[in-house]
Design a protein around this ligand. Sequence first.
Ligand code: THU
Length: 153
Amino acid sequence: MNLFLNQKPLNLNPEYPNYMNTSAVKKLIDAARAARQNAQAPYSNFTVGVALTTTDGEIFTGANVESSSYGLTICAERVALVKALSEGRNSFKAIAVVGPYADFCPPCGACRQLLFDYAPEIEIILTDGNLIKLVALKELLPFAFEKNRLKKK
Ligand code: THU
């Protein structure tokens, strides 16, 4: 597996707050792959696994959970984030996302928003099984709606 950096290699600079070395990135991808096995996707058959790491290096995994009432489906990213938040963790470094095909699986718009609300600085790790792409959430969700905008002046 090759590292493909589509941006300046912030994550590989030890001075960057979200620093992760290559083996930590690969470990997170492996955890996402394992989590994908638990996906409940009988309607789409599109199974997704994620692994979310806190700034302390603790890993929370998630997989998508679909409903017979399709709109109730919960994406893997939100499963992992809600697991971690509800266990009292609130500082996150990166999330690896793995889909069922040899293709990248970037988070949907709803997940981008929820991640932005709780982890605006998070890095997204994507892989097509060969290349690894590191992308900042802020790049995926520019000019985001954010909690500060709720404050009345
Ligand atoms: N899905 C995720 O879990 N994460 C993504 O990043 C993309 C989509 C799920 C939702 C649904 O269960 C299935 O994939 C097809 O959209």
